[in-house]
Design a protein around this ligand. Structure first.
Ligand SMILES: [Zn+2]
Length: 78
């Protein structure tokens, strides 16, 4: 973490911080490489990640869009 700049130095420019992430998982049936951030309705996958509750995702089910089979998330790694 960087220190917050409490100095109101007007020479400092501001910039937007953009969060870019992917949630990669391979379907254990057809080996399709999925990015769950593309299938993240209601932040059901990213919500726990960004709230330090990534373990909550273990046991959650994913529906593979390629082979339409359902599988569970066994482990979450960074
Ligand atoms: Zn699949």
């Amino acid at each position: 973490m960087s220190q917050k700049n409490i100095n109101t130095d007007e020479t400092l420019k501001g910039a937007n911080l953009i969060v870019a992430y992917s949630l990669e998982i391979d379907c254990p049936y057809c080996n399709a490489e999925l990015d769950l951030s593309d299938h993240d309705k209601n932040r059901c996958f990213s919500g726990p990640i960004f709230n330090n509750r990534s373990d909550d995702l273990v046991g959650e089910t994913v529906n593979c869009p390629d082979c339409e089979k359902e599988f569970i998330i066994e482990n979450v790694g960074f």
